[in-house]
Design a protein around this ligand. Structure first.
Ligand code: GTP
Length: 597
């Protein structure tokens, strides 16, 4: 297809504003998916995506659309909407010339609407503003058309109104895409340069790599080269998704499609990398390749220790399709053998743990999420990178710095006071406040990431009855008065409960954990002190009183089968006991203490 007959676009929206539903409707109206085959959210292939209604991995589809008797190939590139996947969003955007800015006509602009819009503007995309869900009785298109026009310039009349559900306005939208989005430009005679915007592992075909051609041409059977690593592969298949894969004789300037080389690991085909011809490589890669870095770390342990090997296998499998997932073996006194895992953010963590339990049937326990601390020890003058509180250096500490983020929170003005209090209590410093309309306000804060991963989003939602939305981006690191609080059972450290917290919050954390454990750990034959400590200094203490446990005392009379059953049960329970020094702790107690139940 010549570039003049191609339009590459994506849909950017806040979560739940209806991106997938609209995409489905477009597939149906352009006829690439028959009504019969239509199932809700065709593009969200992973079960977990469909169930949770979120888009994790981007996909591309080619749809034919006729305007003025000419057929144009519309390439729709689906982008993930969540902050954790900003890097993937920005790569998908870089593959397009235009973007539909989709806003729920009953909700208005939200935090991710803005974050994605700014990314699109950085990529010089033509923005087509669209209000969705106009069929809803609660829709207020007039009001939000004005909000959108104020945000991006132009008149409220230029804002299209559609319903992904009923299909109203969708044909007009397709026409507008062809008319307003510029056709791609590139040098057809130059060595090939194609940007990888997604890489998906397929159990049958290996890695399927989605690319946007910028210059030149790629053809089947030729050798291609990944510019970041120099790795060479034979191109076994090249084609377009429509939305099922259709092999073609090649891809030229401006086209969007997929490549298959037979590699089995997405790390060999990285999002953001440039593909070129191996025989005649391009001199320079396309801009913008970075390795996404994990920001949030957590220990993942099988509840049943014998599942360890299975857990490793499951992580290996997930890694094939998710290059950003990191893990290494770790052992814990309280939890046994497991893995320390690095994630892009909290949602990423949730998705991975959910996939592990759902797709691999594993029962897991995850430790409280932690961020990356840089600890300067004053004894040796070394800087230690700590992603696990139990690795925190013991000697004297010079300084500790923690990762910071710029957070943007959009909320109705009635909640401004409550949310400011919450942000203050999380050590946020206010950067700015802006009114988007009479009742909607944006608050911008500089805040430690460590405070955000600790249950901030849930607090924000519950304090605003679900009306606030949050987006954040890394903004370097900052020194802070942080300490490690250890929890000790009869003088023995329980590693899974060590936590790095601000000095002002150390006491509260210590007493909370000590109290929790006192309630959860059964009495022993001797007294057990539970202490919270910063280094050698005890900051809180609880005591589990001694008891002589005699299960048989509860049985009256001589019902021997009942007695035997009780003894059996007690033995069963013992198997799951962990020893911390001399103290026997049922694993359930650790799990409950970690999950805060
Ligand atoms: P993410 O993939 O998480 O970003 O969500 P999304 O933006 O793809 O939203 P999705 O298409 O899953 O829609 C979210 C909810 O809104 C679903 O319950 C849809 O049924 C509903 N919805 C989407 N479009 C419309 C619409 O035009 N009208 C009405 N009434 N509901 C809609």
């Amino acid at each position: 297809t010549p570039p003049q007959q191609i339009r590459n676009f994506c849909i950017i929206a806040h979560i739940d504003h209806g991106k997938s539903t609209l995409a489905d409707r477009m597939l149906q109206i352009t006829g690439v998916v028959s009504d019969r085959d239509m199932r809700a959210q065709y593009l969200d292939r992973m079960d977990i995506e469909r169930e949770r209604g979120i888009t994790i991995k981007s996909q591309a589809v080619r749809m034919p659309w006729q305007v003025d008797g000419e057929t144009v190939a519309l390439n729709m590139i689906d982008t993930p909407g969540h902050v954790d996947f900003t890097y993937e969003v920005s790569r998908s955007l870089a593959a397009c010339e235009g973007a539909i800015l989709l806003v729920d006509a009953a909700q208005g602009i939200e935090a991710q609407t803005l974050a994605n819009l700014y990314l699109a503007l950085e990529n010089d995309l033509t923005i087509i503003p669209v209000l969705n869900k106009i069929d809803l009785p609660a829709a207020e298109p007039e009001k939000y058309a004005k909000e959108l026009a104020d945000l991006i310039g132009g008149s409220p009349d230029d804002v299209l109104r559609v319903s992904g559900k009923t299909g109203a306005g969708v044909e007009d939208l397709l026409d507008r895409l062809v008319q307003e989005i510029p056709a791609p430009v590139g040098d057809a005679d130059a060595p090939a340069r194609a940007m990888i915007f997604d890489s998906v592992y397929d159990a049958y075909r290996g890695v399927v790599t989605y690319v946007r051609m910028v210059d030149g041409k790629l053809s089947p059977r030729e050798r291609i080269q990944m510019m970041s690593t120099g790795a060479n592969h034979e191109l076994l298949e090249i084609g377009v998704s429509s939305p099922e894969p259709v092999p073609t004789k090649g891809l030229g300037v401006g086209e969007v499609g997929y490549l298959i080389t037979g590699v089995k690991d997405v790390r060999q085909s990285k999002v953001g990398d440039t593909v070129t011809n191996a025989r005649k490589p391009a001199a320079e890669a396309l801009a913008g390749y970075t390795d996404p870095k994990p920001m949030v770390f957590s220990g993942i342990y099988p509840i049943d220790g014998s599942d360890y090997a299975e857990l490793r296998e499951a992580l290996d499998k997930l890694k094939l399709s998710d290059a950003s997932l990191q893990y290494e073996p770790e052992t814990s006194v309280a939890l046994g053998f497991g893995f320390r895992c690095g994630f892009l953010g909290l949602l990423h963590l949730e998705i991975i743990t959910e996939r592990l339990s759902r797709e691999f049937g594993l029962d897991l326990i995850t430790t409280a999420p932690s961020v990356i601390y840089e600890v300067l020890t004053s004894d040796t003058g070394e800087t230690v990178t700590v992603t696990n509180p139990s690795e925190y250096p013991d000697g004297r500490i010079g300084s500790v710095s923690e990762p910071m983020v710029k957070a943007a929170i959009l909320l109705p003005k009635d909640y401004v006071g409550t949310v400011m209090e919450l942000c203050q209590s999380r050590r946020g410093s206010l950067l700015g406040m802006e009114y988007f309309s009479e009742e909607r306000v944006e608050l911008r804060y500089n805040m430690p990431l460590g405070e955000i991963v600790f249950d901030f989003f849930d607090q924000l939602k519950s304090k605003t009855q679900g009306y606030a939305s949050l987006d954040y981006e890394p903004s370097g690191s900052q020194e802070a008065d942080l300490v490690k609080v250890d929890i000790l059972l009869q003088g023995e450290k329980v590693d899974a409960f060590s936590s790095i917290v601000h000095r002002d919050k150390a006491y509260a954390y210590g007493t909370m954990m000590a109290e929790r454990l006192r309630k959860l750990i059964p009495r022993q034959q001797f007294e057990v002190p539970i202490q919270a400590a910063i280094g050698a200094r005890i900051i809180a203490r609880e005591t589990i009183r001694a008891i002589r446990k005699d299960v048989l005392a509860k049985c009256y009379g001589g019902d021997i089968t009942r007695k035997r059953k009780l003894l059996e049960k007690q033995k069963e329970g013992k198997k799951r006991m962990k020893m911390v020094g001399r103290v026997e702790v049922p694993q359930e107690a650790f799990i409950a203490a970690l999950s805060g139940d």
